[in-house]
Structures are given as structure tokens and as C-alpha cells.
Design a protein around this ligand. Structure first.
Ligand SMILES: NC(=O)c1ccc[n+]([C@@H]2O[C@H](COP(=O)([O-])OP(=O)(O)OC[C@H]3O[C@@H](n4cnc5c(N)ncnc54)[C@H](O)[C@@H]3O)[C@@H](O)[C@H]2O)c1
Length: 388
């Protein structure tokens, strides 16, 4: 994903979703009363909207009210495909137009901060694709502004709701792996070719790809205390469809080391130059893309954390590797905005928090600072942990 998946099945079956326990406890309420619908406006009708809009349009908690894009062809295409009654060419017209409750921001990474702020100032809740803002300081101000306005803001990614994340968190909490020592996570592909922003300042493989592994590892191991990193540009010029050659300004290759305290060290690698024999939609990925080891156990996440296939576990008690958590129900990575709408409609809290998204944003910022200065960088932010 992180910009490559285009064809995952996204059928949203409410009964199966409830059965997964992602929002456990909702079933009784849903049976008692028809769920309230949250009015949703979507900004950004590019690649990822082809994953979000089918999911949102199937959610019993969503009424798709408005859509916006600065490119008329994309705007009209998605408005018609999903039968969305109001369409706008910019955020100002959208905010002044038909009323809605939740803005779903699917625009270029560098635009998120500005558009999220505009929406919060206008009293809208926000689900933002990553990153929520361009810096930790701006993100924290955005969160404060949201609190003052009495609205919610959440930042992608959403994978902490997966059954595999829950299974891994449970194994750690249950002490099955013993005292934890090390973790490794990797995610990469050959890089997007449909938009230049991925390679411009404020883009890069850290906020587009590493963000998933960083969310998973900090979600499982706890907030990082300090980070060191090396980043580089492997491919200095990219060919972008409809635009031609683009000079690469942001990293397209990155290695990070995180200190989680108590001796525990993790490593994340990501980049836009990774050949992948299994393709990029994640469905055929069988490698352990996230692995965690302690004194008495090992576990490896099969497939990507945004499209997990299971968890392989071996412990001192049961040394033969066994695979657990092989079912996903209807949990898919593009369900975050639907979950935000469901949270607003039902008051059920999510495992996804803006504080966690901001900690990951700080990690990305710190990795770049470490590359520039050649030093370790201490982290200031934190989030509620354990997540599950
Ligand atoms: N494509 C994917 O598979 C994927 C997966 C997960 C997350 N993401 C994230 O989703 C976001 C969008 O990525 P994408 O691949 O869809 O990019 P994209 O270029 O395909 O789409 C972005 C859209 O936003 C529109 N846009 C930009 N600025 C705007 C503004 N100010 N007002 C209104 N519309 C504006 C563009 O015209 C474009 O149509 C990024 O943050 C990316 O990291 C993408």
C-alpha cells in the first residue's frame, strides 16, 4: 500500500466486522437502533480515493455528502462513480458549501497540514492520510486547535486494529517472548510513478512507507526514546506520468534504529527502490516483514502490517513454529476513515490515536535530523501504550 495497492477487495460486511471485535460492544447497540450517519466530505480524488470511497460508501455510518479535487476530471469521475451530490474545486468552496461533519483528507502529503487546519478551524472532524502535518510542532498545534474546537482528528495508518497486531500485542503482554531484545521491520517497493509529491520536499519514503512499520513497532514495543538513522537518494531523477522527469528531493531509501528503553532496540528499513518478487498489493507476501525476538520467544508477522496474513510464533515452551491469527475478517487498511465515522456515530473509542500518529511523525522528523547531524536524536512526544 503506502501508495501501491489499487485492487484489494474492500467489501464491508458489518456482521463480520463486528465479529472481529474491532469495535467490540457495538453489536448490541446496532441491534437496538439504526446507526446514525455521519456526513462525510472527501478531499483528494486520486489513487487512494479508489480504495477509501468504496469502503466509505458501504459503511452504515457514513453519508457521502461532498467531494473535492483541484483536478476537474478526477473530481467529476469520483462524484459520479459514488453518486456524491456535491462537488467542489477547492477547500474554501467545500467548507462554504453543503454541511458535513468529517473531512477525509486524501490529498498530497504536503497539503495535509494546511487543509486539516482549515477544516478544524471550520469545526469539522478530520481523518487525515499520513502525515497529519508537516512537523511535530504543527501537528501538536493542530491537535490543540481541534480540542479547543471540540472536534476530533485522527491520522492514518490504521493497522493497529488488525487481528495480527492484537495477537502480537497479546503475546508480548503475556510474557511469551520473555524479555524483549530486538525487532526488525521492512517495507519497500519501486516507488509511485503517478505523482511527483512523493519525491518532493515533505514527501519521501519515510512518511509514505516507513510510517506503517513505525506505527506497528512503536504500537507493539512502546514509544521510542531516541532514534538514529541514515537516509539517501538512490534514484535522483524519477519519471512521473503526465509530468516527465522530476528531481528527487526527499529520501527514497532509509534505515532507522530506535531505542525503546530497557535495552530494547528496533530497526526499520524502507525505500522506493525495492524489487519485490511477490508484487505490491500484499496479497502474495509471505515473508516476515516485522519480527520481534526476546529471550524465550520469536514472532514474525507474515505479509505486510497493512495487509497481514498471520503471525508465526516459536517459544521456549512450544519451540515448533506455529502460525496463528490467519483470519482478517473485514479488517482492511483503508477502513480508517470509516472507523472514524463509526466512532463519531457511536462514541466508541478507536485504538488509533492522533498522539500515536504524532509520535511517528516525530520519529520521521528525528530520522532526518539524525541523517543531517550524524547524531542520535531524543524524542519528546509519547502516546497511550500499550495500544491493545
Ligand atoms: N495511493 C495509495 O495506494 C496510497 C495508499 C495509502 C496511503 N496513501 C496516501 O494517500 C495520500 C494521497 O496519495 P495518492 O496516491 O492518492 O495521490 P494522488 O496524487 O493519486 O492523489 C492526490 C489527489 O489530491 C488532489 N489534491 C492535491 N492537493 C489538493 C488540494 N489542495 N485540494 C484538493 N485536492 C487536492 C490531487 O489533485 C490528486 O487528485 C498520500 O498521503 C499518500 O501517502 C496512498
Amino acid at each position: 500500500m503506502g501508495s501501491t495497492i489499487k485492487n484489494l477487495s474492500t467489501v464491508f460486511d458489518r456482521r463480520a466486522f463486528l465479529a472481529t471485535g474491532a469495535l467490540a460492544g457495538l453489536a448490541g447497540m446496532a441491534a437496538a437502533a439504526a446507526p446514525a450517519r455521519v456526513k462525510v466530505g472527501v478531499i483528494g480524488c486520486g489513487s487512494v480515493s479508489h480504495m477509501y470511497l468504496p469502503h466509505l460508501s458501504q459503511s452504515p455510518h457514513v453519508e457521502l455528502v461532498s467531494v473535492c479535487d483541484i483536478i476537474p476530471g478526477r473530481l467529476n469521475g469520483q462524484a459520479e462513480r459514488f453518486d456524491i451530490p456535491n462537488r467542489y474545486p477547492d477547500i474554501d468552496k467545500m467548507l462554504a458549501g453543503a454541511g458535513f461533519d468529517l473531512l477525509v483528507n486524501l490529498t498530497d502529503m504536503q497539503e495535509h497540514e494546511r487543509l486539516n487546519r482549515r477544516a478544524v478551524e471550520a469545526g469539522k472532524h478530520v481523518w487525515s492520510e499520513k502525515p497529519m502535518a508537516n512537523s511535530l510542532a504543527a501537528g501538536q498545534m493542530l491537535l490543540e486547535a481541534a480540542k479547543e474546537k471540540g472536534v476530533r482528528i485522527w491520522g492514518a495508518p490504521a493497522m493497529v486494529v488488525s487481528p495480527q497486531f492484537a495477537a502480537m500485542a497479546k503475546l508480548i503482554a503475556g510474557g511469551k517472548l520473555g524479555k524483549l531484545a530486538a525487532a526488525h521491520a521492512a517495507y519497500g517497493h519501486a516507488g509511485p510513478d503517478w505523482a511527483a509529491f512523493f519525491y518532493e520536499k515533505g514527501g519521501g519514503s519515510l512518511p509514505d512507507l516507513a510510517v506503517y512499520n513505525l506505527t506497528t513497532l512503536t504500537g507493539l514495543l512502546g514509544p521510542a526514546k531516541q532514534v538514529t538513522a541514515m537516509t539517501s537518494v538512490v534514484t535522483p531523477i524519477r519519471k512521473i506520468r503526465g509530468k516527465g522527469a522530476v528531481k528527487v528531493a526527499a529520501e527514497d531509501n532509509a534505515m532507522m534504529l530506535m531505542d525503546h528503553g530497557d535495552g530494547l532496540i528496533s530497526h526499520v528499513q524502507s525505500g522506493f527502490n525495492y524489487f519485490n518478487p511477490h508484487g505490491h498489493d500484499g496479497s502474495k507476501e509471505q515473508r516476515h516483514t516485522v519480527s520481534i525476538v526476546g529471550r524465550t520467544g520469536y514472532m514474525g508477522l507474515v505479509g505486510y502490517d497493512w495487509n497481514p496474513r498471520g503471525v508465526d510464533v516459536a517459544t521456549e515452551d512450544e519451540p515448533a513454529i506455529r502460525r496463528i491469527a490467519t483470519e482478517n475478517g473485514d479488517i482492511v487498511w483503508q477502513m480508517g476513515a470509516s472507523l472514524a465515522a463509526e466512532c463519531l456515530a457511536t462514541n466508541r473509542e478507536l485504538l488509533i490515536t492522533s498522539e500515536h500518529a504524532l509520535h511517528v511523525l516525530e520519529l520521521i522528523q528525528a530520522a532526518r535530523e539524525s541523517q543531517e547531524t550524524g547524531r542520535w536524536v531524543a524524542l519528546r512526544s509519547s502516546f497511550r501504550w500499550p495500544v491493545v
